[in-house]
Write a protein that binds this ligand. Structure first.
Ligand SMILES: NC(=O)c1ccc[n+]([C@@H]2O[C@H](COP(=O)([O-])OP(=O)(O)OC[C@H]3O[C@@H](n4cnc5c(N)ncnc54)[C@H](O)[C@@H]3O)[C@@H](O)[C@H]2O)c1
Length: 345
């Protein structure tokens, strides 16, 4: 039996608590400590039966984990990551890797220079269903994929906006939610080379956007649209369809549709639609549903982190990949503000 990988969780909030539970339940890993300056963090450490520290510096002075999961607010990810890298500790950081592309670049360069791995917590790539979708697309079964459509349509209740920062710029569904969908699309289809976007705040009238429509151009020539709204009552989003988080009601609708010259695919159901003998709009369809074994991607992400720490695998979502996804989101915001198409460098 290999030695367990000793992990610490930095930030014991909403997502940090889920990471703590998953590390505690993971046979390959051991929870070394919870780091969070708030009294609640200390209580969670106590309830988990592990050491508590108010800061990374306080922990590293006494003990050194094999890896750290950073689940602090966005603005701290770079600072926390650089501290861990300086101590030679591999990092799995929550998304977004940074709240600014230049700062994210600083973190990645520091990690590269030190030879310390960084993983970005775009956990959806670890979902077996997305893995299977990629396999179907890469197999060529759909022919050349030309078009995709992604939807994030749901209703955030009015009291969600009682908290001030959620009404301010940077807290909208493009930055908070669409970043996951953009990362999925980048995983499935490769690099995005240009975007054009329009946003609106027609109903709630907060500073932050509530609706956005985005056109994305991929280096392969594929064109995709994404539409986002957190102010519509609708079942078409990853949240309501992918069965990842039991807190959301689940529907059997699609959130992504992918079209190729020889067939198309829905996500998350993995329905493959094709014509029989001849491709034609007159021909009947053959529909095949591909099944996969459900597994919690947050658990699989921690397992992969353990393998990366042991030097057995490269990160599925590296820090650089997380930064590239962030770069697309920043370009979308820039395009919505300027009204111009933005070409990515
Ligand atoms: N992958 C996902 O699906 C997903 C879901 C939710 C949140 N997130 C991301 O996770 C991060 C945290 O989000 P959240 O909703 O859990 O936030 P949260 O506010 O619930 O929790 C943040 C925690 O960090 C702690 N903290 C603050 N400063 C700290 C410091 N210097 N050192 C250690 N701990 C500190 C706070 O006390 C708090 O407990 C965000 O970056 C968010 O984007 C990702």
């Amino acid at each position: 039996m290999e030695r367990k990988v000793r992990l610490a969780v930095l930030g014991a909030g909403l997502i940090g608590k889920r990471h703590i539970q998953h590390v505690l339940a993971e046979p390959q890993a051991e929870l070394l400590a919870v780091i969070d300056p708030m009294p609640l963090g200390q209580q969670i450490a106590q309830a988990s039966g592990v050491a508590w520290f108010p800061s990374f510096a306080a922990m590293i002075a006494l003990d050194r984990p094999d890896g750290i999961i950073v689940a602090t607010p966005n603005q701290l990810h770079v600072e926390n990551g650089i501290e861990a890298v300086a101590a030679g500790v591999p990092v799995l950081t929550e998304k977004p890797i940074a709240d600014d592309v230049a700062d994210g670049e600083r973190l990645i360069r520091a990690a590269e220079a030190a030879g310390v791995p960084i993983l970005t917590g775009h956990h959806r790539r670890h979902n077996p269903m997305i893995q299977k979708a990629k396999e179907i697309i890469d197999s060529g079964e759909l022919g050349r994929v030309l078009v995709a459509n992604a939807m994030f349509w749901l209703f955030k209740p009015d009291d969600y906006f009682d908290i001030d920062w959620r009404r301010q710029a940077g807290a909208g569904p493009v930055f908070l939610n669409l970043i996951h969908d953009v990362d999925n699309l980048r995983y499935l289809f490769g690099d995005i080379v240009a975007v054009q976007a329009q946003e609106s705040n027609a109903v709630r009238r907060n500073v932050v956007e509530e609706t956005a429509v985005i056109l994305m151009e991929f280096s392969s020539g594929l064109l995709a649209t994404a539409s986002v709204s957190d102010s519509v009552v609708a079942p078409w989003s990853w949240e309501m369809t992918a069965c990842e988080n039991p807190a959301y009601p689940q529907t059997e609708e699609a959130c992504y549709m992918i079209g190729g010259t020889h067939g198309s695919l829905t996500i998350p159901a993995l329905d493959v639609w094709k014509n029989g003998i001849k491709r034609s709009w007159w021909e009947p369809f053959e529909k095949r549903r591909v099944t996969v074994q459900d597994e919690d991607p947050l658990v699989l992400q921690i397992r992969q982190f353990c393998k990366v720490i042991r030097g057995e695998e490269a990160p599925l979502v590296s820090g650089r990949e997380g930064l590239n996804t962030l770069n697309v989101i920043m370009a979308i915001k820039q395009s919505a503000e300027s009204g111009e198409r933005v070409v990515l460098g």
